[in-house]
Design a protein around this ligand. Structure first.
Ligand code: SF4
Ligand code: SF4
Length: 770
């Protein structure tokens, strides 16, 4: 049984006064307009209104939407338009609420028409593709003249106070050759109440324009607008983004091009024929036709047409690829017409699938994430603004708990985007590991809607980002499928945190399934590389478990609570020579040493200790004796973690904690701000290394030794005759030399200068202190 239809496109004129070369009515495969009447007859409009009205009455619809369309509907003429509109009002208004709109190119809109629309409550949507250059690329008269000034004049009319309530919004057809930000700004300058960004109609046989070498230009184009739109605080609704988000959150998308809602839209042509959506005009001649018309067939009969009915079956009507796609809830397989390919019709993903797989994760990640390109990542990253106060506090050395929260928030946006990108790259390959990954992603997505705090806690575990980067750079992965399936381990850990009862297929590594940040369970796999695992509020059990459970161990002292990570398969982020599972005696030594160092730092450098307490989540033990010269380290893709070799003295351990935490903070800050010119490949001598360092190395070292110098200043005050007497001035001179090099390099960006001057103010305070 078909779904009641509440949306109608009524074609009142089949011709146009523009000759846009991207027009799907005149320039695409379906040329049926040639055989249809130029304009709708009054009798046809009356019969269409009767059909809509009787359908609304039968199905007790409390609202119907009718859009007057073309060609160019204003070519019908003001008197004829009045007749059509008054007919619609007189026949439909008594039965249900009629939302009446007109979509026009704006060229002929004048005061008289605006007054007519005001009389009858007809809202006006106008097509505009951006600034003059963007609009002129396609939207011209047949003699090549620009339509841009005419459209802008129409929009200025709609902005007049007496007509402002009629202004429904702008419809912009995307051309990726146009600068997206210039288009966005030009559209916003017209003060529309809403924007619609339309993918140009295309099919697999007639693919969309893609500039050479660009596989997903539409994701990039829309992604840039999305980022800017978020940064602007979403000044106007943009339908495509809002529809994807609504569909992902389980709400009606309000759009044919997003989500899985049944499509309840019919087109009535100028000859009274019932047709399917206009997007089909790109597929083949007569593709939208149903063979039915308003004179002989009711709305119910038109809605029962197999082409219309097929789009009311939700996920079941989609191709197998879309049915298995983790993004299907938001995407819905894209516009129906965009799926067409000769040979198998509409049984395909959208021709924009590759773009949608990149764009949708960004859009559904919400306002916390925006796409920018930085030197560290090539795709979606956070565009967070760090408050000046927080930036300056970090620059002077320790930062505080707020600074760590800001950095952690920005890293969370990065991780969300990276994990979504890993998931978007999963294909429907029928392997156990891929299936585990897809199911894990689906569970994570569901949990994110219901228990976002559990998902955040697990995904922000330091080694998740390192894992995602390994999946996104397959050359770095020894077993790509096994690595991708780690998604299932993340989902299991999040489910455990959320107290959910579920069963999952998890990848097995060296006899263990891993739940990041939680632990690892020993299992038997037989010949496979996966294991079915039950997660419940009581814990974890495997069908073929051996009962061996290795919990991730914690050290908690005062405000510091860190894991001592010796089992996570992705903890070796930087060729750190990591230790394996610590034997009980070694673990005890680590526990006591970390606790002693934390207590000592709380006394020696309380501000730094507080930042460590707020920001450090994990310490990775290095193999004893294997660390060599590198006794400690951090990694770009493991925020909030550091690797350490256990030193013999607590003084050394606390110094390393402080030193490495500076690297953790500065690395995260570099993801948010441009501190130096990344193109500068000059190297500089520094006092703490025998080899010359790039500008970033100088900055990192200076910042790390700023904290170390602070520590030894304290110690020299406590024991003026000990080793501190030698070390304190040495570290201070290293910092001073580093600052001099940085300020003299000439490659600091404005934020970099501000940051270095923040460090310098700390050093100056030491001098004032004596
Ligand atoms: S104004 Fe619309 S209907 Fe007319 S040619 Fe341009 S795109 Fe086609
Ligand atoms: S992203 Fe591609 S595979 Fe996934 S639902 Fe959309 S069109 Fe289908």
């Amino acid at each position: 049984m078909s779904v009641p239809v509440s949306q109608y496109v009524l074609k009142v004129c089949g011709r146009c006064d523009l000759a846009c070369d991207h027009c799907y009515v005149y320039e695409h495969a379906d040329q049926s307009w040639r055989a249809k009447p130029k304009t709708i007859a009054a009798a046809t409009a009356r019969q269409a209104a009767r059909r809509i009205s009787e359908h609304a009455r039968t199905h007790r619809l409390n609202q119907v939407h009718v859009v007057l369309h073309g060609g160019e509907p204003l070519l019908l003429g003001q008197d004829e338009l009045r007749e059509v509109i008054s007919t619609l009002r007189s026949l439909i208004d008594p039965v249900t609420r009629l939302d009446l709109k007109i979509h026009t190119n704006g060229v002929r809109l004048d005061e008289g028409l605006c007054a007519l629309f005001a009389d009858y409550g007809v809202r006006v949507g106008v097509s505009l593709d951006g600034d003059r250059g963007a609009n002129d690329r396609h939207r011209r008269f047949s003699n090549g003249r620009s339509s841009h000034p005419h459209v802008r004049r129409a929009l200025s009319l709609l902005r007049k106070p007496e007509y402002r309530h009629l202004y429904a919004g702008l419809l912009c057809t995307i051309d990726v050759e146009n600068d997206p930000i210039a288009v966005y700004e030009a559209l916003l300058a017209e003060a529309p109440p809403r924007l619609d960004l339309l993918l140009p109609h295309a099919t697999w046989d007639y693919p969309p324009h893609r500039p050479p070498g660009q596989r997903t230009p539409y994701a990039a184009w829309l992604g840039r607008i999305h980022s800017r739109w978020l940064a602007d605080g979403r000044p106007v609704p943009i339908r495509f983004f809002d529809s994807l988000t609504a569909a992902w959150q389980g709400r009606p998308s309000g759009s044919e091009g997003a989500g899985l809602d049944p499509v309840d839209l019919l087109v009535i042509e100028t000859d009274g024929s019932w047709e399917q959506a206009d997007s089909l005009k790109t597929a083949f001649e007569n593709a939208p036709a149903t063979g039915l018309d308003v004179f002989s067939h009711s709305v119910d009969q038109a809605a029962a047409h197999p082409g219309v009915a097929a789009r009311q079956s939700g996920i079941a009507a989609l191709c197998i690829t879309c049915r298995k796609c983790p993004l299907v809830r938001a995407c819905g397989g894209g516009l129906y017409g965009h799926r067409h390919k000769s040979g198998n019709g509409f049984d395909n993903p959208s021709v924009y699938c590759d773009d949608l797989k990149i764009l949708i994760p960004q859009v559904i990640a919400g306002p916390r994430t925006a796409t920018v390109t930085t030197r560290h990542h090539d795709s979606a990253l956070a565009a967070h603004l760090l408050p000046d106060r927080v930036f300056d506090l970090l620059a002077t050395g320790p930062g505080d708990a707020d600074a760590m929260t800001s950095l952690a928030d920005s890293q969370w946006s990065i991780i969300r985007a990276l994990v979504a990108k890993v998931a978007a790259g999963l294909d429907g390959k029928r392997s156990e590991l891929r299936r585990a990954a897809v199911e894990g992603w689906m569970l994570l997505s569901a949990l994110d809607a219901e228990r976002p705090e559990a998902v955040r806690e697990i995904l922000t575990y330091p080694f998740v980002q390192a894992w995602a980067m390994r999946c996104l750079l397959p050359a770095t992965s020894a077993d790509f499928d096994l690595d991708c399936a780690h998604l299932a381990g993340l989902a299991a850990a999040a489910a455990l945190r959320a107290g959910i009862d579920t069963e999952l297929i998890l990848p097995v590594r060296e006899g263990f399934v891993h739940l990041p940040g939680v632990g690892a369970l020993a299992v038997e796999t037989g010949t496979g590389c996966t294991s079915a695992v039950r997660v419940s509020p009581r814990g974890l059990s495997a069908r073929r478990g051996t009962g061996g459970w290795q919990a991730v161990r914690h050290v908690t002292v005062g405000k510091m609570s860190v894991t001592v990570e010796d089992i996570d398969p992705f903890r070796d982020c930087q060729a750190w020579a990591v230790a394996g599972r610590l034997a009980p005696r070694t673990w005890k030594a680590w526990r006591l040493a970390l606790a002693a160092a934390a207590r000592q730092l709380a006394v020696e450098l309380p501000a730094y200790a507080s930042a460590i307490g707020a920001g450090l989540r994990s310490v990775v033990p290095m193999r004893p004796g294997a660390a060599g010269r590198h006794q400690s380290g951090t990694a770009r893709h493991a925020f909030a973690a550091m690797a350490l070799a256990l030193p013999g003295h607590v003084d050394t351990l606390s110094e390393r904690l402080v030193h490495e935490m500076q690297h953790v903070k500065l690395t995260a800050l570099c993801d948010l701000c441009d501190l130096f010119d990344p193109a500068d490949d000059t190297v500089y001598m520094v006092p703490w290394r025998s080899d010359p360092r790039p500008i970033e190395g100088v900055l990192q070292g200076t910042y790390a030794y700023l904290a170390v110098a602070e520590l030894w200043r304290f110690r020299s005050r406590q024991a003026p005759d000990g080793e501190a007497r030698r070390l304190s001035p040495m570290y201070q001179s290293w910092v001073e030399e580093g600052l001099e090099t940085l300020l003299g390099a000439g490659t600091l960006m404005p934020d970099g200068e501000r940051f270095v001057n923040g460090m310098r103010s700390t050093v100056k305070a030491w001098a004032d202190d004596g």
